[in-house]
Write a protein that binds this ligand. Sequence first.
Ligand SMILES: O=P(O)(O)OC[C@H]1O[C@](O)(CO)[C@@H](O)[C@@H]1O
Length: 545
Amino acid sequence: MTKPTSLTQQPAWQALERHYDQLKDKQLRELFADDAGRGEKLTAEGAGLFLDYSKNRVTDETLRLLLQLAEQTGVAAKRDAMFAGEKINVTEGRAVLHTALRVPKGGTVMVDGVNVVPEVHAVLDKMAAFADQVRAGTWLGYTGKPIKNIVNIGIGGSDLGPVMAYEGLKFYSQRNLTVRFVSNVDGTDLVEKTHGFDPAETLFIVSSKTFTTQETMANATSARAWLLGTLKDDSAVARHFVAVSTNAEAVSKFGIDTTNMFGFWDWVGGRYSMDSAIGLSLMIAVGPAHFQELLAGFHEMDEHFRTAPADKNLPMLLALLGVWYDDFFDAQTVAILPYDQYLSHFSAYLQQLDMESNGKHVTLEGDLVDYQTGPVIWGQPGTNGQHAFYQLIHQGTKLIPCDFIGFIQTLNPLTPHHDLLMANVFAQTEALAFGKTRQEVEADGVEAEQVAHRVFEGNRPTNTILADKLTPRILGSLIALYEHKVFVQGAIWNINSFDQWGVELGKVLASKIVPELQAGAEPDLQHDSSTNALIRRYRAGRRAE
Ligand SMILES: O=P(O)(O)OC[C@H]1O[C@](O)(CO)[C@@H](O)[C@@H]1O
């Protein structure tokens, strides 16, 4: 295999380094003063989303060079390879085809010579039939009572997507059903999430791609014990447990009838799986029609990403701006700031999507990278964050590029809340970009020794993403926007965005330590002195309980 030119040797990268030296001290104030039309020019639209990226520290030249970098690193060809089902997840020898999950009926996506779209829709139809039964109260529990409570048991991609979208689309959900999500192996999670539930009215959805994940299996086993503690008959499991997995054998071994299993495929990565059967809990909550709308939004963004010219392509632009700060300004983090309470879990969802995908230190060829890869993703919904961490973004010493996400219409029109909320979006991005100069502070008549504290340097970059209203379709398109942003960045950095070996070592060590915590006699501990001492201290504490 011939190695591609190393990223830092690409002409566009080197030109960007030189360009950075010229631009790094340039103020957004100047950039806006130089071009009265900047705020309208540096925008793009697609799949129901409007992006204003004018408040970024870029000029036409920066954008030209970033687009050149995308070209020189072959982003378009890599994107086409993903959509075509090539095995771009090279360390696991798999295709990466979450985009096939939202191809409309009648479409074609070939994997190993088979069109997978009919299979995708067969599973969606099976999910819809089941969801309709649960919603109508005709899926009866073991004692003949209809199901009122749904508990999704899963972790990582088998939890974060469904919980984020369930919260995101709560407005559209059937309110007589209570839906909860158990993920943590901490028993508190299961105990608290089943608190107050009648087992005879409770359905567990065990969601796990592999059906071997320690946390999920422990929670599912304890949930079954909780159920049988009341219902006292193993055959009750069939009415109260369904599974979502790619591993039919393990599902059956756990005791769930595979007719109650909803499948998906190894070409769907965990963090890209919320629009597969992993979204079953969401579909039950919001109904199959809204779920279809969500898929349509994903697909619309897929098509935009596949076909829009690079300089108008939302995922491409977001990704390139991210690379600009990450690799040239050395920004370590990105804040995701949705101004919508329904998106309270959106940043947590993006943490896995982005950090598990692009938290990599070697290239596709296995060489150590000599540039920064994925940033730390974090955030909170506005306006809460403003009263917590925005101080540091405005006046701290770190550069934190932010994505502000807002909606023109609210789902809950309670005068004057929405105008207050959105005024804060516009005010924050304005304040971050333009700050407040010493002269302006002095003009306010502030005492001389107080002036420095009240100066805002500004020049803090932001993107603003606006959509008309938070609908299932818009949510789908927003998620796909970030999926593809992560893809483009991974393509530029020449890393594999689709494996996650970094989570393995901890898993292996934990399974080794579990028996050491549980052994009756003092085990022969072979760890380092810190780990040995911590284990001994824990064991001593447990004996004293
Ligand atoms: O769906 P599973 O197989 O239980 O895996 C859960 C999660 O564990 C991981 O493999 C590692 O954290 C994620 O990629 C995945 O989403």
